[in-house]
Write a protein of this length. Structure first.
Length: 62
């Protein structure tokens, strides 16, 4: 469970990572991680992180 997520957004250059950060900020319990595939760029690390975080979610949308 993420209580606080504080990352400097001006240092995040990946659109997919920014989408993931926003999802975590507004849904810190990760009950539902709702990310569109076109919002996650081709960065495999970002996609893998999103998948790993979504494993405990009720639903993960790709």
């Amino acid at each position: 469970k993420l209580e606080v997520l504080n990352l400097p957004r001006n240092k995040i250059h990946s659109p997919g990572l920014l989408t993931l950060v926003n999802a975590l900020k507004y849904n810190t319990t990760l009950m539902i991680l709702n990310l569109q595939l076109n919002s996650i760029d081709d960065d495999q690390v970002v996609r893998q992180l999103a998948n790993n975080l979504g494993k405990d979610a009720d639903r993960v949308f790709w």
